[in-house]
Design a protein. Sequence first.
Length: 105
Amino acid sequence: MIDDFESLSKEEIIERCKEIIKEKDAEIERLKRKLWVRELEDVFGDILEKEELEKIKNMDPLKAAIEIGKIIKNKRIKEKKVELPSDDLINEVIEDIKRFEEILK
């Protein structure tokens, strides 16, 4: 590798160094991405469905955080069981309102 540089001009050495730096930066980004995906799986693997996790893996971290927040919020809303009043109760309330209206007339 050093022998290669000895035969190059100063400008060629600078260009070669820039290429090496670009290659290393790309490798660092790939490794960061792998780490990001691994962390996502470790932290949210139990909470998110596979499809949701796959979608989020391809997002940048800020967008992913927002999306995860939305998904968790929606899951919590779905988990809360909202019971609607029975028809009998609704009819009672309607009758009470009608009686109240009659009293006001």
